[in-house]
Write a protein that binds this ligand. Sequence first.
Ligand SMILES: [Zn+2]
Length: 192
Amino acid sequence: MTTQQRPFLTGSCCPSLGDSHKQSGEQSARRRFLGRAAAGLAATTLPVWVRAKEGAHGTDALLLSCMDYRLVDETERYMSGRGLRNRYDHVVLAGASLGAITSKFPSWGQTFWDHLGVAIDLHHIRKVMVLDHRDCGAYKVILGPAHLASATSEREAHAKALNDLRTQILSRHPKLEVELLLMALDGSVESI
Ligand SMILES: [Zn+2]
């Protein structure tokens, strides 16, 4: 089967990647297939390596974060600190919460909803983590600089967008848990 012929949602989430990525994609698809198979069987009937690979480490969270290059490592460190290393789906939009709800770039929001739907269908996620960050360039582009008048007004601007997105997520997917977070440039994170 060629890469183009491979049907979507068979386990691999990268159906259009080239041959150099094909083998690892197929290995990944096999692992996910085994993971789903494992879910339908009593754990004690599974080979040890299957239980070790899939039994204890499903993906149940989707992270939405900004694209800012300054915080890539900090974001991974934060997720690892939460015990989620290699255990979350990740959608990146400039502005994170604001990027998902702004009318200035409506295709970004559609992208978020489409990916959230795939994460629910494919990985049965139960939680969405939305990680905004301070000094966000996308917030300046979309809102202008006024919200940066003080640390408090900046936090309020993020809290509004984060809560608006949570309301929209819960309206579409009431069973999901939604966690709202704001990262400072030093990598520290506060809950909103
Ligand atoms: Zn940003």
